[in-house]
Design a protein around this ligand. Sequence first.
Ligand code: DAH
Length: 344
Amino acid sequence: MKEQLEKIYSNAANDISKAASINDLEQIKAKYLSRKGEFNEIKKNLKNLSNEDKRIIGSLANEITEKLEASIKEKHDVFYQAELNKKLQQERIDVTLPGKFIPRGKVHPITSTTNEIVAIFQSLGFSVVESDKSPEVETEYFNFDMLNIPKDHPARDVQDTFYTTIAQNVVLRSQTSGAQIHVMEEQKPPIRVISPGRVYRNENINARKNNFFHQIEGLYVDKNITFGDLKGVLNEFIRIYFGSSRPTRFRSSFFPFTEPSAEVDVQCIMCGGKGCKTCSGTGWLEILGAGMVDPNVLNGVGIDPEVYSGFAFGMGIERLAMLKYAIDDIRLFFNDDLRFLKQF
Ligand code: DAH
């Protein structure tokens, strides 16, 4: 039995020395050391031996088993380390390779122009009305009624304003002026706010008109506010936005919610006032509407026009961006052409 054991041992040792992979070693383990392996077969016969032989053969069998296990483990570790090294070598990361270029987006020119205008009015003491206070899907009450716009006013016509199917009196707002009503219904004077946002009009789209665009509304209500204050604030805004050398003029005009009303023009950017296609030969371009808040509007929101007065203004953001950057087609802002958008 002893010889048998030694024979198996030398066979196993021989196999181990020839093993070329972890897989080979697993097979050797199964062949000799598993429950059905050759050693166990021998151990099964131990019960037939004398006690003395049992002890000798048993301990020899254990010794041999331990030796085989140790040499299998030793070889296994060598293979394992070699495989690991190979893997690490293959998967090595070259940190000197150049990174992947991730193109960076830009702020849309309408957004950046809005931010710029908002910052100017903030520097003049105006605060911004949160957009959720003045929604784009609006009732006629805010968009027209409370702004003193008569029921038969042409601006209410479906030719001009988009009506929704939500309810008969719900429109896509055609101007940001409704923000004035939202603010004055919630807040008592002094009020000094601006409210930027998108507006919608049922237009035939061309280079000058889109069926949506953006406006900034302004409102200043307090005691003793005069047309002089209106001119002071708007001239200061224009000076900061266009630079001090750009001539401006106030023209009298009409809006139902202001009295008196004015429109403000700046000298045409394209021709410097000589007259061209952009300014229809006049040398001037209109940039905003403004006026003293009509007493009817103040009365409607419960502000006493005998005590308080105020001015309001509204300007088109596309128009202001087009003038600043000499853009001749409003549609460029909205057709997502990166060649255009990347320039800002
Ligand atoms: N809402 C007017 C428009 O869309 C612009 C406007 C004119 C706003 C006069 C005002 C204002 O606040 O006082 O054409």
